[in-house]
Design a protein around this ligand. Sequence first.
Ligand code: SAH
Length: 387
Amino acid sequence: MLTAIVSARGAQRWNAGHPWIFRSDVVERPNEDAGAVRVTDQRGKPLGVALWSPRSEISLRLLDREADAALDAGWWRTAIERAIVRRTGLASEANAYRLVHGEGDALPSLVVDRYDRWLVVQLMSAGLERYRHEIIDALRDLEAPAGILARHDVPLRAKEGLETSVELLHGDVPDEIEVREHGIRYLAAPWRGQKTGAFLDQRENRALVGRVAKGATLDCFSYHGSFALHLAARAREVTALDASAHALARAEENFRRNDFTNGVFVEANAFEYLKARERERTRFDTIVLDPPAFAKSKASLPAAIRGYKEINLRAMRLLSPGGMLFTASCSFHLTKPLFLEMLAAAAADSGRRIVLRELRGQPIDHPEVLTIPETGYIKGALLEATD
Ligand code: SAH
């Protein structure tokens, strides 16, 4: 294995618990294609073994602090098994959840999601790609899946100089897989759906919403209706709203699958819809706001905050007395303090008395490591209008 030498600043990042070293902190670059390298500081002190991505801005990703760790089949199997063990108990609640959450599970740039008997994987760095066989073998050995699909159609791979495509790696993977989640069933679309086929990261928040839902309810940004389904189990009626007709068609299908007949499906822009309902003084007893990431970059944060504040302010005004709002943001750049600040500002302008019932984050299958901010992106709040 070749060696990379990193600056004091690079070494300091690792010592502070973050696995990435950027291009500018690599003092001596290994003369090798992507793979794994040993890393030392400028005095020659060994720091560990890392994935090496020659074309990426993130040059090194720490895998093991043992400088002589052999990254053989056994190493990968142990590391993946450790992540899987962390999920013990989840299978009784749902048949779809994340098995490996990249840096959150000390397996940088690797994502593995389980959908019933199938796995969807994403190998998102050039260094990791070198270990494709070890990773797939370990997954087959540990999980005995009926099929493994690579959702490699992600922009991150292009930044690493890797091809972007959707590729079947083992067995067969169907177009649609039925997900069972806290008593609700819906179809995931592993080949073409968003992310790896569904938004698994909101699973526990959907269950929470299912427990508090009542009366007339609204699910904005509904996608395939996964929050709406949990609302429907308890509420009188559910309005599932999305800008995409295709997403709504799938939401309707999911309602039929659960024998729910209380769904209304509205194709609209959420901003316009909320504004119009406010003008009409409509009231909802339960509202869900789970928008796409408005802040895709740091530069777009101010505009994003204005957007978040607008939809939250309007939703607060639409709540009936005692009504509940579950609101979320999946923008990494909108930090937890900023999220709460935005909600407080919306509450102040809404003229309502808004109580924070519960602050929410990611489920345990999406572990957020305190020293690696990038592992955490979902913020959620369950709010109640008490006036
Ligand atoms: N709540 C979903 C995930 C939502 S993804 C779940 O838990 O599975 C975001 C959704 O917002 C997408 O389906 C997208 O079509 C929709 N969307 C994006 N912008 C929108 C807008 N301005 N108005 C309404 N829907 C929008």
